[in-house]
Design a protein around this ligand. Structure first.
Ligand code: ME8
Length: 509
């Protein structure tokens, strides 16, 4: 089966930060998991390069918008690689293929009577690239008006094309009703349903007061509203408007991962644009929460913006990926702190998993001639551990289908803890003298359990789990879920073990 997953495309007004790396890693884990399950995956990420916010950032940097976006987009591409993302494509909205798709979508909406020319008068927040109704605004102590997000707003009055969003209210509500899982988590769904139920006004979808955008077909004095342009990226990459292209088979996307601040664009405007164009809306939109830093909002002015490169250089990629998805349930907000990362590294990675593997593998290396022992008739304890390990693929799949990364990891850690209890109780190091065949049997049970554990953890920590599977003698072509059905033959050679997760020792400084 085909599976299409996306991250938001990131604004290139500033360097990538941990919030961006977060969604990229989350999408990567799901993409890798779906591949392990045997699906044909298309995983898309990229950059959102038009609009006033980017134009202003380019001006502030003293560059023309194209050179500026080339530079920052390259940083995002690097971040994608640094975070170990296995994306199949990286889209930039300044690419010709994207401008073509935007123009085609616009023309289709126009032909279907969904667009009309008018005059926009109202509030706009450049920081959010969003229009706000008077009733949504807040007033500061100095009398200044600002958006509910805290962004400054300005009054805009200019000729503008409008999309007949108001006509889509009932059809959107019917769509949410028919697809109860379309927006997740439920709290976000409720937020969207009440926003749409309160009534929709037509949406301004072009601007005439600046130039940095995709020109409106036939009206080059207008550039498209950056959100219409940006959302279209998801179909551009699937080959739109060539609906005969093989990539188009991936549409509709299975899952758009987005931050909680941009749910309205993805769950209201996007399905409305698509339905209005006669295209299928995406199957699911899941909103993640926001990270704070040591409990404080991350901001340039506080100087506490976390650069994902710094975290990765300090702790290593896999521990950072693990931390981001383990620390908080996906969808909730959470706080990132060095203390919390180090604790998870030392307790869960080094102690629980690292020691389990190291203890089992070093006994196998020393006392089983570095070869996998045969399976023996199991005891009750052996069976209990084997059954828990064998249930992992379906348990992890269940959690990941709900985009519940931390639950998926907790399922794996339950088995890791059970395996640690098993090794302590069986004490293979003592059996070496009293009952060597039983020692070999116990080590085989552990090696089999570790194979399940390492296989299902590959999407989270690809490089570390590849090393662990190497050490377990699992051939590279036998590392997907289907391969788990066939036990490794006895006598499989086991390379010399080395610790996969050393403890993190803080500098004395
Ligand atoms: O919104 N913690 O781009 P963007 C977690 N270009 N996530 C965070 C975060 C934090 N502290 N700060 C930001 C855009 N994010 C548009 C998207 S999609 C067609 C267009 C998340 O670069 C934020 O929630 O401002 C959003 O999902 C993502 O970073 C990109 O933000």
């Amino acid at each position: 089966m085909k599976f299409y997953i996306t991250t938001p495309i990131y604004y290139v007004n500033g360097a990538p930060h941990i919030g961006h790396a977060y969604t990229t890693v989350a999408a990567d884990v799901l993409a890798r998991w779906k591949r392990l399950e045997g699906h044909e995956v298309f995983f898309l990420t990229g950059t959102d390069e038009h609009g006033q916010k980017v134009e202003k950032a380019a001006a502030a940097a003293g560059l023309d918008p194209q050179s500026f976006t080339d530079r920052v987009a390259a940083q995002f591409r690097e971040m994608t690689a640094w975070m170990g993302a296995s994306n199949d494509d990286f889209i930039r909205t300044t690419e010709p293929r994207h401008k073509r798709a935007c123009a085609a979508l616009w023309e289709r909406l126009s032909e279907r009577g969904e667009i009309y020319l008018g005059e926009y008068e109202g509030w706009y927040a450049v920081r959010d690239e969003a229009f706000y109704a008077e009733s949504e605004l807040l007033t500061g102590t100095d009398g200044a008006r600002f958006a509910p997000t805290g962004a400054p707003v300005e009054w805009v009055g200019e000729p503008s094309f409008f999309f007949r969003l108001s006509a889509w209210q009932d059809r959107l509500l019917a769509f949410y009703d028919a697809h109860p899982d379309f927006i997740q988590p439920t709290s976000r769904r409720n937020e969207v349903v009440s926003f749409v139920s309160a009534g929709l006004t037509d949406l301004s979808i072009s601007r005439t007061s600046f130039r940095w955008g995709v020109p409106v077909p036939g009206h080059p004095e207008h550039v498209m509203y950056v959100w219409l342009d940006a959302l279209t990226n998801y179909i551009t990459a699937a080959g739109y408007p060539e609906e005969a292209a093989p990539r188009w088979q991936f549409w509709p996307a299975n899952l758009h991962l987005v931050g909680k601040d941009i749910i309205r664009f993805h769950a209201v405007y996007w399905p409305a644009f698509l339905m209005a164009a006669g295209l299928a809306p995406p199957r699911r939109v899941f909103a993640n929460g926001w990270w704070t830093v040591e409990g404080e909002k991350m901001s340039k002015s506080l100087g506490n913006v976390i650069d994902p490169h710094d975290l990765v250089s300090r702790y290593g990629l896999d521990p950072v990926r693990y931390f981001l998805l383990r620390e908080i349930p996906f969808g909730n907000d959470g706080s990132i702190s060095h203390r919390a990362i180090i604790t998870r590294m030392n307790v869960e990675l080094a102690n629980d998993l690292g020691n389990l593997a190291q203890r089992s593998l070093s006994l196998l290396a020393r006392h089983c001639a570095a070869a996998l022992p045969a399976r023996s008739p199991p005891t009750e304890d052996d069976e209990a551990l084997a059954a828990a390990a064998a249930a992992l693929p379906s348990r992890v799949a269940g959690a990941l289908d709900r985009v519940a990364f931390s639950e998926a990891l907790e399922e794996v850690w339950k088995v890791i803890r059970a395996a640690n209890a098993y090794i302590d109780h069986q004490a293979p190091w003592a059996l070496r003298r009293t009952d060597p065949p039983r020692m070999a049997a116990v080590l085989r049970v552990l090696a089999d359990a570790l194979r399940f554990i390492a296989t299902v953890l590959q999407p989270f920590m690809p490089a570390s789990m590849a090393r662990m599977l190497d050490q377990l003698g699992v051939p590279v072509d036998a590392r997907d879920l289907a391969a788990l059905a066939a036990p490794l033959p006895p006598g499989t050679a086991l390379p010399a073990p080395e610790a996969v997760f050393p403890r993190f020792v803080e500098d004395a400084a």
